[in-house]
Write a protein that binds this ligand. Structure first.
Ligand code: ATR
Length: 275
């Protein structure tokens, strides 16, 4: 029977168990995906214990995505470059760390908006952990340029510098973001601004966003953030964070089982639990 888990602190509100258990049932697989509350102090022992108990897969969430890298035997190339692990595969006691956040996001963006990223100009709001995976994955799609705009400008500049050899990436302050908007095709919010329960907030003034472009938000609770609502009113194509969450889980499940993930069943399970 397949043993899977998600570890985090806090963990009670994670939608991963509901999503993955629905997937296991749909695939006819015997097993269980459980939430485990693990504090930073317990991280190392928890990983060892789960390995001994034969857990096939572990999802890793806040605040362990960086620290857990020290406890796996090997890092997949993308996890190594991004510098964060959200998925562990246990192959007979040998642990490999992956990052499925970036690829999950880009798959969702492409499938749900039908956008072709080649030669597009993209502005990413935020330069934290979530931005890293996304910028790195977007950079491989041959965009025309990526602008990272962040409250702390220096973090945006540093992040841009790290991957300047694979794409045209620059870092600016969040206040400068509006002066780039008119030449952008896609706006992506990776900050937590607008997340439940502070739903009235937006990372930038939506008035600066050109009508018709794609506006994407990593937040999925609420499904429509203030940024997305205002952008929709302006005639933009909006893309919420639910698809990223579902697709990062789908990639993880595919690594663990070798089977194609039942994406629509997973999406429905999360949607139902959000109501
Ligand atoms: P995550 O892993 O979710 O990306 P993080 O690494 O803490 O979390 O990054 C949070 C991002 O949201 C950062 O880009 C942060 O800006 P700073 O680098 O200036 O801290 C941004 N952010 C969070 N709260 C913000 C706020 N109130 N205004 C503007 N930016 C904010």
């Amino acid at each position: 029977s397949l043993r899977l888990a998600v570890i985090g602190d806090p963990i009670a509100h994670s939608k991963s168990p509901v999503m993955h258990n629905a997937a296991l049932a749909s695939l006819g697989l015997k097993g269980e995906y459980i939430p485990l509350h693990v504090s930073p102090r317990e991280l190392g022992p928890a990983i060892t214990r789960m390995k001994d108990l034969g857990f096939r897969g572990i999802n890793v969430t806040i605040p362990h995505k960086l620290d857990v890298m020290a406890y796996v035997d090997r890092l997949d190339e993308s996890a190594e470059i991004i510098g964060a692990v959200n998925t562990i595969v246990n192959e007979n006691g040998y642990l490999t760390g992956y990052n499925t956040d970036g690829i999950g996001y880009v798959r969702s963006l492409k499938e749900e908006t039908r956008v072709r990223l080649k030669d597009k100009s993209i502005i990413v709001l935020g330069a934290g952990g979530a931005a890293r995976g996304i910028v790195h994955t977007l950079a491989q799609e041959e965009p025309k340029r990526i602008v990272i705009a962040n409250r702390t400008e220096d973090k945006a500049i540093q992040l841009a510098k790290e991957w300047s050899s694979i794409a045209n990436i620059s870092g600016v302050s969040i206040d400068e973001a509006k002066s780039y908007m008119s030449s952008m095709d896609i706006v992506i919010n990776t900050t937590s601004i607008g997340m439940h329960p502070h739903t009235a907030h937006s990372p930038i003034d939506p008035v600066s966003i050109p009508p018709g472009i794609i506006v994407s938000d990593l937040i999925y609770n609420p499904l429509m953030t203030e940024l997305l609502k205002k952008s929709h009113e302006r005639g933009c194509i909006t893309h919420g964070g639910l698809g990223m969450f579902v697709n990062q889980g789908a990639y993880a499940l595919e690594y663990w089982t070798g089977l194609p993930a039942p994406i629509e069943i997973m999406r429905e399970a999360v949607l139902k639990s959000l109501q």
